[in-house]
Design a binder for this molecule. Structure first.
Ligand code: SAH
Length: 359
């Protein structure tokens, strides 16, 4: 334990008892750090001074240091930069939505309400190296700890004064390639002693590490939402876009998802980054339908956000619309991800290791 943030209820109890404090102090600390989002020892108000002194001498409360905040056009997302104790930078995004942001968005998590979604990073860099994503460019540095993952949520809430309603594991990194920390972070977010988010307000997105998907869904008892980055229904194309498809091809992925859907009765969403001339054919629409219909999965279409290193082209709004229609015509539920945040590189796939730390 290097920082207290990111510890479970059991771990904090053990720690508090080892420091010679009564067990109930653990519950107080948990409430301060995960419910009240307190980020410094001296902000904790109901612990005796000597106890606070002892604890703070023993361990740091948090890991991250706040960095820069970049606001996009009005109504767009805000990108936050945080510094890790070992001097690296990571990015998180806050997406504020009034209510149904798009006419295609039929399934609102919060009907009519305001949605404040934090998109967290799980790794410094990414080993998956998708052919259209900036996060895999540059060298992989390390996994984030559970504390560094959940602290992104607490810090953004404190910095903005906003009550965060949703958390998506869609920032930099592949969550299931940092399995233990992701699982622990999810637990801290949904447990009553933690942030106590409704489990349906937490989404973990994966590029498709098939064995880990099954393990993860079982470990969280299918409670949090699962998103799978599909990007193509054709093995050859998918392998060229998401290299991990060579190891876990579509057939294997889809049969694992069937099991999740049938045995565990869990809903799946597919993310589909639409790239002009690469994966926007009618053949793809048909292939996606073959995969998604038996699963009754929803398709979230994300028009490709241009990345300097790649030759790909974004689809035109008309082409995007047409592709969504092709899917809908086949009876699929489709949502179109708004293209927001490109101006500050906060859009999907634009999060990357900061130049400074990449050096
Ligand atoms: N590694 C996980 C989590 C990242 S989620 C995963 O792959 O699911 C980020 C989502 O944005 C993924 O669906 C990813 O494929 C998509 N994405 C990445 N680069 C993009 C780009 N340039 N334009 C649009 N979407 C992109």
């Amino acid at each position: 334990m290097k920082a207290l943030y990111g510890s479970t209820s059991d771990e904090i109890e053990t720690f508090v008892i080892a420091q010679g404090l009564p067990k109930y102090r653990a519950a107080q600390i948990l409430d301060w750090i995960y419910q009240k989002n307190v980020l410094a020892w001296d902000e904790i108000k109901n612990l005796p001074k000597d106890a606070l002194q002892k604890l703070s001498g023993e361990i740091r409360l948090t890991a991250l240091e706040p960095g820069e905040e970049k606001k996009a056009v009005a109504g767009g997302p805000t990108k936050f930069l945080f510094k890790t104790p070992d001097g690296h930078f990571l990015e998180s995004v806050l997406i504020s939505q009034k209510d149904a942001p798009d006419s295609r968005e039929g399934e609102e998590t919060i009907p009519q309400g305001r949605r404040e979604t934090v998109c967290v990073s799980t790794q410094l860099g990414c080993k998956i190296q998708c052919a259209f994503c900036a996060s895999g460019q540059g060298k992989f540095t390390r996994n984030l700890t559970a504390g560094e993952i959940v602290e992104q949520v607490a810090r953004i809430s404190r910095m903005t004064g906003k009550k965060i309603t949703n958390v998506v594991f869609m920032g930099m990194g592949e969550p299931l390639d940092n399995y233990e920390a992701t699982l622990k972070a999810v637990r801290i977010l949904i447990e009553p002693w933690g942030f106590a988010f409704g489990a349906r307000r937490v989404t973990v997105s994966t590029s498709g590490i098939t064995p880990k998907i099954l393990e993860f869904v079982k470990a969280v008892d299918g409670r949090v939402r699962l998103s799978v980055s599909l990007h193509s229904s054709i093995d050859e194309v998918r392998s060229s876009l998401v290299p991990i498809n060579q190891r876990y091809p579509l057939k294997e992925l889809v049969s694992a998802l069937r099991r999740i859907n049938q045995d565990l009765k869990r809903e799946i969403t597919f993310e589909y980054t639409l790239i002009a001339g690469v994966n926007d054919s009618d053949e793809e629409a048909e292939g996606i339908a073959m995969i998604a219909k038996p699963l009754r999965a929803k398709i979230n279409v994300i028009p490709y956000n241009p990345i300097a290193e790649f030759p790909h082209k974004a689809p035109t709004p008309e082409a995007t619309e047409r592709f969504c229609d092709q899917l809908e015509r086949r009876g699929l539920r489709v949502t179109l991800r708004q293209t927001v945040g490109r101006d500050i590189d906060a859009a999907c796939g634009q999060l990357r290791l900061d130049r400074m730390s990449a050096r």
